[in-house]
Design a protein. Structure first.
Length: 255
């Protein structure tokens, strides 16, 4: 799964890697979350372009997005079959620039966040599918989902799903709607074991409003212990507050 990710590479480095013509001023983003606008690379055999899209896919046939589930990921194994994605994966495959992403591992009643990044460094490209949703009043919203695959054995200790990453040599095949769909889907595979490294980071990443370099900084053993203590203290206080509220609500109830 991929529910938060990071873009910190300089804009010119991303422009050289992906080959789009635009020259956007993109500040580093350390805590990209669903429903936020995210940079997306599109383009088939012709020129490539960088566009902003809402991270949270809306199928074109959807009449009313209210109550519709938030589709931030699309499973590689079924993306060509699911009604929500099957048109997009044939005609509107795209790439999302990134430098890494976060995953949370359950540890004794709490979840420890980890920052996951390419072991060799440098930016990477998440495989995506895009769709433009048209509302009843004529409004248009460009939306996107990140394609995921089964995690390799090393990353599976954190989560059983990982975002699909596309090598630079395969950008053209993934982006080109005229390319054979089977050839494109053959790229939607997990990374090789050992391709990514990771380290524990502060629970500050849990709050979407936090967005600064400390979020991806590795925690020392002492910092991790203190971070855990603070998180456990907050969890205990929250449980106590819920229990107190429940007790107050039952005061005076006879049955």
């Amino acid at each position: 799964m991929c529910g938060r990710y990071v873009i910190v590479s300089p804009p010119e480095a991303l422009r050289r890697l992906f080959g789009y013509g635009e020259q956007p001023n993109m500040p580093p983003r350390y805590n990209i979350a669903p429903t936020q606008p995210v940079p997306v690379v599109t383009g088939g055999a012709g020129a490539r372009h960088l566009r902003l899209m809402r991270w949270g896919f809306l199928p074109a046939w959807l009449k009313d997005p209210r109550g519709f589930p938030l589709l931030i990921n699309a499973r590689a194994e079924t993306v060509a079959e699911k009604a929500a994605f099957r048109n997009a994966v044939r005609r509107r495959r795209c790439l999302l620039p990134a430098d890494g992403y976060y995953e949370w591992q359950a540890q004794g009643g709490r979840k420890q966040p980890f920052y996951i990044y390419p072991r060799d460094g440098g930016p990477l490209a998440f495989a995506g599918v895009a769709e433009t949703w048209c509302g009843p009043d004529g409004e248009e919203v460009d939306t996107v989902a990140i394609v995921t695959a089964q995690a390799p054995p090393d990353l599976a200790v954190l989560h059983h799903r990982v975002p699909v990453t596309v090598a630079a040599a395969d950008f053209a095949c993934w982006l080109d709607p005229a390319a054979d769909l089977r050839a494109a889907l053959a790229l939607a595979v997990p990374p090789r074991e050992g391709a990514f490294a990771w380290h524990p980071v502060s629970v500050a990443v849990n709050r979407v409003s936090n967005d600064d370099p400390r979020l991806i900084a590795a925690l020392s053993d002492a910092e991790l212990a203190e971070d855990t203590r603070r998180a456990d203290t907050g969890l205990t206080r929250a449980r106590t507050a819920r229990a107190t509220t429940k007790a107050d609500e039952t005061q005076g109830v006879l049955f």
